[in-house]
Ligand binder design. Structure first.
Ligand code: G6P
Ligand code: ZN
Length: 598
């Protein structure tokens, strides 16, 4: 009777309340799995690896063991658990919930249907392998973002890895009932002895993030602009988590028709191998082919000759967890490095930056130096960090650098509005710039200032940093390491005539001294910087799942009065040949050609 009464009182307080036991923390033995080392962006493995007995549980328990060690208050804490909707997402959420509750977390927030984009997640386990394909035979991943929304720093991920090697037991709230993640609402759980309480909230995952973006941009102005008759756009979510956000922003908020949306229903396999992207929810020239074809852009980033049909004025895409972006104009591909520099140069168009102007900017080391030229002219600091968004965190936390802009060649762009790159943010930044270049109703008789106009204006002001990346995928790890070691051993010893007549400025191994916390990250890639502004960079990818991917980044600078209309692939070819000679790549790896050029 007493129990019933308290149940009734409780359900009056909480309309969605339900009473259930969940107190039982079961401790069970487990044995370590090798190789649970988080990479650039969390732990990524084959989905079937994650489906092995306690594989995921071991990792998650190790995260909690680390948090406890680092004195992070877990008890009575709130945790977000969600993902990009790939295969195994839903099962993983239930497992993590049981471990979190056993660790003392008393509030769980879960995006409806388990969906949440990376930029929307704070204090969260994010179940995503980003742009890697999803499905039972493809990839799965898990990353942990701290309370400031930033990816866990290296000290934390290293400690998690150490814990995974020693783990011997799992603690789980085994009697926690399966959480219904399909319905929005709060559920309260109370233990039978009334001593423990748990609240689980399933929320509309688009709402908070869209509200935040409304504070960064002038939505009314963008809405007015996109409703122009001579403007049209197309947005491709590649069946990742961005679909519902895109619908909310472009259709529900800006009033555009749903025909502008491509692949905006989230799918566990991102459309699978027979879709135009082959299930790779990665917004680039190779995978976002459906969008690129519509925009009249070929695989090489050049206009498709003889393309027929109406081409939208603006095109954009996101990756599986919606933190990456690709920007296109009609028959124009905007390289991510250019996109970053162009946003920087036009920063005063964006309300978030209008009050105090841009204070500082940063790019990852392999990203082209187009940004540096803009920062130089604006007389603001421009930082060069290792690859990986986490390296921007310390800088953007510094008040003197806010507002802050940063980005990477790997299709990530963002600001200090959050601590992750943000696919939707970049698209709105471009729309805001377009809106400002096309002001006022009265001027509608003037032709639209296009994405191409903006890009060309940028090049004629600053010159063009031609940029191409060669990827050698699935190389044997030892071969890749030997090649990198050879080049790092050669640093400082290259003969003067090694560089095909170009004058070298720096040839080194990139080492980052974090100016904020003074930490040092060594061995972050090989750089060759030439006096004429060209660059060659080698790195081994940190997001691959099998073997090693060698990335070769090629950059050739052409001043404003030079040829700004050349083919990027042709333009960087001589530098590529030099890079192959310097690295002895073919000798080390047996590879005659890259698997992808982008
Ligand atoms: C993830 C990170 C990015 C990083 C990228 C590099 O997407 O979030 O910050 O730029 O990985 O990937 P790579 O495969 O080159 O290590
Ligand atoms: Zn991603």
């Amino acid at each position: 009777l007493l129990l019933l009464a308290s149940a009734a009182a409780n359900s009056m307080l909480y309309p969605h309340a339900r009473q259930d036991a969940f107190t039982h923390v079961t401790t069970k033995p487990t044995t370590p799995y090798s190789g649970q080392k988080p990479g650039t962006s969390g732990l990524r493995k084959k989905t079937r690896d994650f489906m092995q007995k306690d594989y995921l549980a071991n990792f998650v328990q190790s995260v909690f063991n680390t948090l406890v060690d680092q004195k992070v208050p877990v008890e009575k804490g709130t945790l977000v658990i969600s993902g990009d909707g790939r295969y195994f997402n839903k099962e993983a959420i239930q497992i993590i919930a049981k471990i979190a509750v056993a660790a003392g977390v008393d509030r769980l927030w879960i995006g409806q249907n388990g969906l949440l984009s990376t930029p929307a997640a704070i204090g969260a386990f994010i179940l995503s392998a980003s742009h890697n394909p999803g499905g039972i035979d493809e990839d799965f991943g898990i990353k942990f973002n701290g309370m400031n929304g930033a990816p866990a720093p290296e000290q934390v991920t290293n400690s998690i890895f150490e814990k995974t090697k020693q783990i011997s037991e799992l603690k789980m709230a085994d009697d926690l009932p399966e959480i219904d993640i399909s319905k929005i609402g709060k559920t309260k759980y109370d233990s039978p002895d009334g001593k423990k309480h748990l609240e689980v909230e399933v929320f509309d995952s688009t709402e908070d993030h869209v509200n935040l973006l409304k504070k960064c941009f002038d939505f009314d102005k963008i809405k007015q602009f996109v409703s122009r008759k001579d403007f049209s756009m197309c947005y491709d979510a590649l069946h990742g988590v961005q679909g519902p956000y895109a619908k909310k922003v472009f259709c529900d908020t800006f009033g555009l028709p749903s025909s502008i949306l491509l692949n905006c229903e989230p799918k566990e396999d991102f459309g699978g191998p027979n879709s135009p992207s082959h299930g790779h929810a990665d917004p680039n020239l190779a995978n976002a082919r459906e969008l690129c074809d519509r925009m009249g852009v070929g695989k090489d980033g050049m206009p498709i000759e003889g393309h027929k049909g109406d081409i939208p004025a603006f095109g954009a895409a996101a990756d599986g967890d919606a933190d990456r972006n690709m920007i296109l104009g009609s028959k124009v591909f905007v390289s991510p490095s250019d996109s970053l520099a162009i946003i920087a140069d036009n920063i005063e168009c964006i309300p978030f930056f209008q009050k105090s102007g841009l204070k500082a900017a940063a790019r990852s080391m392999p990203t082209s130096r187009a940004l540096d030229l803009v920062c130089e002219s604006k007389k603001i600091p421009c930082f060069e960090t290792p690859t990986g968004w986490k390296f921007f965190g310390n800088l953007m936390d510094c008040e003197q650098y806010q507002p802050f802009l940063c980005g990477e060649e790997s299709f990530g762009t963002g600001s200090n509005h959050i601590r992750e790159k943000d696919g939707m943010w970049a698209v709105l930044a471009w729309l805001q710039i377009l809106a400002s270049k096309n002001p006022d109703q009265a001027l509608r008789s003037k032709p639209l200032v296009t994405v191409e106009d903006i890009v060309r204006a940028h090049w004629s002001k600053y010159g063009r940093n031609y940029y191409v990346r060669y990827d050698y995928e699935g190389v044997e790890l030892a071969q890749a390491e030997n090649m990198m070691k050879y080049m790092s051993d050669m640093a400082g010893k290259w003969p003067a005539d090694a560089f095909n007549g170009m004058e070298i400025e720096t040839a080194d191994v990139f080492k980052y001294n974090d100016p904020v916390d003074k930490s040092v990250s060594d061995n972050q890639g090989i750089r060759f910087i030439f006096k004429n502004g060209s660059r060659i960079v080698f790195r081994v990818s940190g997001t691959g799942v099998v073997g090693a991917t060698i990335r070769l980044y090629l950059e050739k600078y052409e001043g404003p009065s030079g040829n700004l209309n050349a083919h990027p692939l042709e333009t960087v070819k001589p530098i590529a040949e030099l890079a192959l000679k310097l690295s002895k790549l073919e000798e080390f790896t047996g590879r005659k050609a890259p698997s992808v050029m982008t």
